[in-house]
Design a protein around this ligand. Structure first.
Ligand code: ADP
Ligand code: ADP
Ligand code: ZN
Length: 215
C-alpha cells in the first residue's frame, strides 16, 4: 500500500518515472495532465474549460482540478494506493488534498521531489514527444520510439504536445516557480518531502526513488 506524490518542474521526468513506480508497487498512475489532455481531445465540457489554460502554459483553476482528483482517487483501483503525477500543484490544492486524506482516514507516504535545473530541462521539453493514446513520454533525440511516430507500448501516435514549444515552456517554468515550488517547503514541514536528483540517467533516478520508497 503506497500513496505517493511526484513533484518537480515540468520536464523533470515525472511521467517517465511514473510507469516503473506504478508497476513496482502495483498502484495506478494518475496524471492530471494526461486526464486533461484526454478531455481536450474528446471535447468534453472539462476539456473545453481547460484547453486555453493548458495551451498558454497556465494552470487550470484549482476547483476543476480538485474535483477531478477527488473523484478519481475514490475509484476502486485506488483502494491499494495511488501515484499522483502533477497534483497537487498549488498550495490550495495541497490543502484540499490534506483535508481529503484526513476525511478518508488515509495517510500519504511520500512526496518524491525530482530536482533538475532549468537549463537541463529546456532541451528535454522542447525535444519531448508523447504517445497520444497511453501518454508515454519519449524524446526525439535521447529516447525516440523504435519506429518513428509510433508508440513502442501501444502502437499509438507519438506527437509533440502543443505546450512544449520554447515560448510556452518558459511560461510554464514561471508558473512552476511562483505556484508549485512553494510545495517543497509545505511538504518539508510535514516531514513528507523526499528529494531526488533528477539530473542523472533514467534508471539511476528510478533506483534512487525506489530506495526512498522502500519495499
Ligand atoms: P514530466 O512528466 O516531469 O514533465 P517527462 O517524464 O515527460 O517529464 O520527461 C520530459 C522529457 O525528458 C522526455 O522527453 C523524457 O524522455 C526526458 N527525460 C526524462 N527523464 C530523463 C532523464 N533522467 N535524463 C534525460 N532525459 C530524461
Ligand atoms: P508537465 O509535463 O509540465 O509536468 P502536465 O502534463 O503535468 O505537464 O500538465 C500539463 C498542463 O495541464 C499544465 O501546464 C496545466 O495547464 C494542466 N495541469 C495539469 N495538472 C494540473 C494541476 N494539478 N493544476 C492545474 N493545472 C494542471
Ligand atoms: Zn502508447
Amino acid at each position: 500500500m503506497k500513496r505517493i506524490v511526484l513533484l518537480g518542474p515540468p520536464g523533470a521526468g515525472k511521467g517517465t518515472q511514473a510507469e516503473g513506480i506504478a508497476a513496482k508497487y502495483n498502484i495506478p498512475h494518475i496524471s492530471t495532465g494526461e486526464i486533461f489532455r484526454a478531455n481536450v481531445k474528446e471535447g468534453t465540457p472539462l476539456g473545453i474549460k481547460a484547453r486555453e489554460y493548458m495551451e498558454s502554459g497556465h494552470l487550470v483553476p484549482d476547483e476543476l482540478v480538485c474535483e477531478l482528483v477527488e473523484d478519481r482517487i475514490q475509484e476502486p483501483d485506488c483502494a491499494n494506493g495511488y501515484l499522483l503525477d502533477g497534483f497537487p500543484r498549488t498550495v490550495p490544492q495541497a490543502r484540499f488534498f490534506d483535508e481529503f486524506l484526513e476525511k478518508m482516514g488515509q495517510e500519504l507516504d511520500k512526496v518524491i521531489d525530482i530536482e533538475v535545473d532549468e537549463d537541463v530541462l529546456i532541451p528535454r521539453m522542447v525535444g519531448r514527444r508523447v504517445c497520444r493514446q497511453c501518454g508515454r513520454p519519449y524524446h526525439m533525440i535521447t529516447m525516440p520510439p523504435k519506429v518513428e511516430g509510433v508508440c513502442d507500448v501501444c502502437g499509438g501516435e507519438v506527437y509533440q504536445r502543443s505546450d512544449d514549444t520554447l515560448e510556452t515552456v518558459q511560461n510554464r517554468f514561471r508558473v512552476y516557480n511562483e505556484q508549485t515550488s512553494p510545495l517543497t517547503e509545505y511538504y518539508k514541514e510535514k516531514g513528507k518531502l523526499a528529494p531526488v536528483n533528477g539530473d542523472a540517467g533514467i534508471s539511476e533516478v528510478f533506483g534512487a526513488i525506489c530506495a526512498l520508497l522502500g519495499e
